[in-house]
Design a protein around this ligand. Sequence first.
Ligand code: GDP
Length: 361
Amino acid sequence: RGHSAARSPEAALDEALALALALPGIDVTGGLVVRLPKAQPGLLFGTGKVAELKTRIEEDEIELVLVDGPVTPVQQRNLEKEWGVKLLDRTGLILEIFADRARTREGVLQVELAALSYQRTRLVRAWTHLERQRGGLGFVGGPGETQIEADRRAIDTQMVRLRRQLEKVVKTRELHRAARRRVPYPIVALVGYTNAGKSTLFNTLTGAEVMAKDMLFATLDPTMRAVTLPGGLAVILSDTVGFISDLPTQLVAAFRATLEEVLEADLILHVRDIAHPETEAQAEDVAAILRDLGVGQDVVTLEVWNKIDLLAPDDAQITVADRREDVIAVSALNGTGMDRLVEAVGRALGDERRVETVTID
Ligand code: GDP
């Protein structure tokens, strides 16, 4: 697909694969860059490519095809029939991930709203296409339009209702937040772009110690784990939904709402792919959104500069990381820096508790 100029198709594919992996229950067999000089209205790809992909789909017994770009409803229907698979486009996939990750009432409502708005645009596109098939023009007011209009009105009514519910939820949010906070351990939230290495870090930290199993709140849900860090500190690690480059605008609100759980964190670990060419821009995005969400200064944020194994030993960023107290350079993949990270987490949470005690006194 046509990504922002700075990114190669391979980098975009890596991100798309990481996105697909964020959906539980999916076994990703592989990814493929397909050159698409011109999207075909009926089948998206040219007929030769469709046949070639069909062979591969059958050989690998693929059941779900993800296209990292927009696919019209007509293309989707045709390809699903042609290949005997279920097909999701980029927005469809991201919506599925958000729906899976939404924890708060606000998150669930925002995702439903985004899904409806997605469906609504697809009605229009499906209709435009039908109109063209029938020779265009002259069908205004015909049966197709009436049906589309009716569908659209039904969606609009539902969206109005959801928006009203949402307003109420946002008003009582503060009250609910206190009630939701039932866990006895400090919550450490991992945030960062998709592909930054959050899951790898999550696994390295949780896999490091076996104590997790014995703990009372061993698994709260798949993205929250109680762990005893080396050194004995018990925390809840929460893996939030990752930031995504080129997020479709209609999904922005849903994304923010699914990220709302970071408001409950005692400590935020902002995981960065420090070897990524756009790492600075990504970090600014993350900081801006956390600010907008209302993450206050009472929540300590540490930056985890991940993937240092990909940097040259004399890279300037390593010197910068060494100097900054809020930065820990690590490789989640090979374990470099994990001890320093665990230490920093302990220190940050310890400091926070001391502050809390002072306040209570
Ligand atoms: P997430 O989307 O933030 O959860 O990222 P993942 O944990 O899925 O990691 C994305 C990709 O980066 C995977 O291919 C990982 O193997 C790779 N990765 C994660 N951490 C490191 C690291 O420290 N060094 C290197 N070289 N690769 C890493």
